[in-house]
Each structure stands twice: as C-alpha cells, then as structure tokens.
Design a protein around this ligand. Structure first.
Ligand SMILES: C[S@@+](CC[C@H](N)C(=O)[O-])C[C@H]1O[C@@H](n2cnc3c(N)ncnc32)[C@H](O)[C@@H]1O
Length: 310
C-alpha cells in the first residue's frame, strides 16, 4: 500500500460539483468513499452544518480517508459496509433523506496498487476482495470451479472463444499447481491467448481479471442495488445523485437501473407503460457525460450519470 493514499484527483469532480450543486446544510451520502476526494470537495461546500454519511466496504480505504476527513469530523459518520445496506445505514446515522448522493464505482488506485490484495497483474494473493483482504472465495473458484463455470464467469467480459481458451488453460495450470497469486493467474491467461496483431498498451489479461473481480465482489448486482437504494432515499423533488462508471458492464447496469427508476417500470419503451408506473427520479444527463480533455489520460473511461428525485 502506498504510504500517501492521495494518488490522483477524483474523476470528473468539476462536473459532479456542478450537477450536485452543494448548498450549506445539504445532507451528503458518499456510497464509495475511497480516498474521500469527492466527499471532501462536497463537504467543503455544504459548510459547517451539512452532515456526511460516508461508506466504504474496504476498512483500509476508510483508514486512509480518515486523516483527510479530520477537518469535518464533527459532522460526518463513517460506515465500513456494503453500500447495498444504505437503508439500515441511514437509520443508524439518523438521516431521513439525502440531498446529494454519489456512487463512484469500482476499485480505488491504492487497492489496485496493493499487491497483497490480488487486484493487479503483479499481485501476491488471489483475494480480489474489496471487503476482506483475506477472503478465499476468488482463489477457491479459480482453483476448483468446473471449466464450464469458469467459462461462464469469463464470458461476461469477452468472447466465447477467448473464454474457452482461458478456462481450459486455468484448468490445466491448476492440475500442475494450485494458483496462489493474481500474477500467476495473469501469466496463465496471457499465455492462453493468441497474440493480437495490433499493439495494445492493455495487459492481455485485463478483461479476464476484471471478470473474476466482478464475480468475486458481485459488483454488478451491488451496483444496481446501490443505484436503486440511492434513488429511493433522495429528498423528494430536490435530492440529486451522480453515478460514475468505468467500463461497459457498469455503464449498462447503471443506464438500465436509471431508466427503470425514471419510468417507474421495467417494460421496454416500445410497449405500453403500466398504469401503476411510479417514477422515482428523472435523468439529468440525456447522454452520460465524458471527461474533459484535461482528464483524458487519468479518467479516460469514466462516464457520469446524474438524476434528480421527482
Ligand atoms: C473509485 S473508488 C472511489 C474514489 C472516491 N470517489 C475518491 O474521491 O477518492 C471506489 C471505492 O468504492 C468502494 N466500494 C466498491 N464497492 C463497494 C460496495 N459495494 N460498498 C461500499 N464500498 C464499495 C471501494 O472499496 C473503493 O474504495
């Protein structure tokens, strides 16, 4: 873990602040505190009396953020929980409605760089867990799941053909020796794939590792439930929320969740809407926003969705 956690600026902060437009006294809920980059910028604007409910599943991220949050200690409450537990967290924090909510999906840079967490290509473990660095579930799946299950996990982020090649290679490799680290896994995956003709700066195992990470943390189910919980807790008529996504699966999950919440039903647009449809939000971003040129390298894949309670 790098000693100074403040490694890079939060993505699309200017756009987030513009849309949320924090005012003194507003109640903030940050579903994914990370290094508190977004949270501190918002708390700065909600002034002395704007409470903050700050959540992160990873205790080590909360520990890193805590120092940065010292100036706001009298009006924030930290929760080391899954953000899907939002309704209980709000009850515990004694908060009825949210004025400003943010969910910045995925992992934070310190988690990726901490080799013991097993998120990166140089990892020394296979934990891949946001909540618990000693979690053995991902290692168990990778070392014991039937080939067909590995293939279906991998299929989420890549073609049938690549999934098949990788799943087969993992099964062969683990017959020789069980895998213990994400660096071993990345090597096996890279060796299983045909070399592309185009030179890419991406590690060949990027998509496959993402598939295992998503599976290990149930990231897409959590994201959908998190977006729904935020929308349901916004102050009626006024509360606003921002969701930042970083890859196409997060993008689609968020887009679909916001569409359902904004129409009040899950019926496709070409069929008549049910009479009892009850929209919770309206979208504030006709198309999700992209980062400006200034952030083109650091936050290239980020897309911002925003909505307001009706
Ligand atoms: C991209 S980082 C957030 C960065 C943050 N906005 C900042 O300004 O530093 C995502 C954070 O969300 C946390 N996280 C991911 N899934 C979570 C979940 N289901 N519940 C709570 N926290 C989660 C991760 O541990 C990570 O710290």
């Amino acid at each position: 873990m790098p000693r100074d956690g403040h490694l890079h600026a939060p993505c699309m902060l200017a756009e987030t602040l513009k849309i949320l437009d924090p005012q003194p006294g507003d109640v903030l809920v940050d579903m994914t505190l990370g290094l508190a980059g977004h949270a501190t910028a918002i708390l700065e604007k909600t002034a002395r009396d704007g409470p903050g409910v700050l959540i992160d599943w990873d205790p080590s991220m909360l520990a890193l953020a805590e120092k940065r949050l010292a100036p706001y200690h009298d009006r924030i409450k930290l929760f080391n929980r899954n953000f899907t537990e939002l309704p209980h967290i709000m009850e515990e924090a004694d908060v009825e409605y949210i004025d400003l909510a943010i969910l910045d999906a995925g992992v934070a840079l310190p988690q990726l760089l901490d080799t013991q967490r097993g998120f990166g290509f140089q990892g020394t473990s296979l934990a891949m867990s946001m909540a618990d660095p000693n979690d053995a579930r991902a290692a168990e799946i990778i070392n014991t799941a039937p080939e067909a299950q590995l293939r279906s996990i991998l299929r989420r982020t890549q073609s049938e053909h690549r999934s098949k090649l990788i799943a087969r290679a993992i099964c062969r490799a683990r017959q020789r020796k069980l895998m213990e680290s994400s660096s071993e896994l990345a090597e096996v995956i890279a060796a299983a794939l045909p070399r592309g003709r185009r030179k890419s700066s991406r590690h060949p195992a990027t998509a496959a590792m993402l598939a295992f990470r998503i599976f290990a943390n149930q990231e897409l189910d959590n994201l959908r439930a998190g977006v729904e919980a935020m929308a349901a807790a916004l102050r009626p008529g006024a509360g606003r929320m921002v969701v930042l996504t970083y890859h196409s699966l997060e993008f689609r999950t968020t887009r679909d969740a916001i569409q359902c919440l904004a129409t009040g039903h899950a019926i496709p647009p070409w069929l008549p809407a049910p009479a009892d449809a009850r929209p919770l939000i309206r979208s504030l971003t006709k198309k999700p926003l992209k980062p400006s040129d200034a952030e083109a390298t650091t936050c290239r894949s980020c897309r911002l969705f925003a909505a307001q309670a009706v």
